[in-house]
Design a binder for this molecule. Structure first.
Ligand code: PXL
Length: 276
């Protein structure tokens, strides 16, 4: 098994099973050392809760990274998720340069939108900054909504392969290397993921669970990053992460009180088994 040193940059939603409270356990379960850089601290995530607190940690980041540089700390990979401000995007770009070890891989989940809409904390200025980061990264994991914002494409609920290929072409033309496009479904009862790079695109189709779930983008991206860094190809990692995420959703539906996230913890043994 590989043992990589990863830095993940995303928020701490203290309650709600997303971002760091999902990424850290999943990356640990996939066998990697994980350093964290919290972008913000929220009492809960912003999808469905109201009145949450939000402490932006942008001003702390330069001091933290400067200390790491002084200590000579480098990472095999950096994986970014939900960021606390547009200003943080430039800081992350610097991290890709200053904290990169040998054979470094950067992963960006442009966690900013879903279902055709930006999350409450973000605006068009954030999208413009995010464009600078995604086209600098080795692997990006947008959902269709995020891919539309990144390529100035119209968001559609119903679409065909030509629509998806057009978005992928635009992402690659703008500089994207490997794209893992999530939530791509061509039938009512299926969804899937397209992995696209300079050699072409492959589609992994899987079961769609009717009920929408929060935090599954973070579960998916974390499982992908952990699996990829275990030496799986992007397509294998995308398939493993998809199968794992489906299981976490299936594990949660039926529990009405658990509307805010998925019970990903009890499926970790499955993910670990898939990596053996
Ligand atoms: O799962 C994405 C995410 C992460 N962090 C915060 C969020 C969301 C989605 O809404 O609100 C704070």
């Amino acid at each position: 098994m590989a043992y990589k040193k990863i830095l993940t940059v995303q928020d701490i939603s203290c309650v709600g099973q997303c971002s760091l409270t999902v990424a850290l356990p999943i990356l640990s379960a996939t066998g990697h050392e994980t350093g964290i850089l919290p972008s913000a601290v929220l009492s809960t995530h912003t999808a469905g809760f109201t009145g949450y607190t939000f402490r932006d940690l942008t001003d702390d980041i330069p001091g933290i990274t400067a200390h790491w540089q002084k200590e000579g700390i480098k990472f095999d990979a950096i994986y970014t998720g939900y960021l606390g401000s547009a200003e943080q995007i430039a800081y992350v770009k610097d991290m890709f340069k200053n904290l990169a070890g040998e054979n470094f891989v950067s992963f960006v989940d442009p966690a900013m939108a879903d279902n055709g809409k930006l999350y409450p904390a973000f605006d068009e200025a954030f999208v413009q900054e995010m464009k600078k980061l995604v086209f600098d990264a080795d692997i990006i994991l947008p959902n269709i909504t995020e891919a539309c914002f990144l390529t100035d494409s119209e968001y559609k609920e119903n679409y065909d392969e030509a629509y998806i290929n057009d978005i992928l072409d635009k992402l690659h033309s703008a500089g994207a290397k490997t794209v893992v496009l999530t939530g791509v479904g061509y039938t009512d009862d299926s969804t899937g993921v397209v992995v696209s790079d300079a050699n072409g695109a492959s589609y992994y189709k899987h079961k769609k669970i009717a009920q929408g779930s929060h935090g599954t983008g973070d579960v998916y991206a974390s499982a992908f990053v952990g699996s990829y860094l275990q030496g799986k190809s992007a397509f294998e990692a995308a398939s493993i992460a998809a199968d794992y995420t489906v299981r976490t959703i299936e594990n949660t539906i039926g529990d009405k009180d658990h509307w805010y996230g998925v019970k990903f913890e009890t499926e970790l043994p499955y993910l670990i088994d898939r990596l053996k």
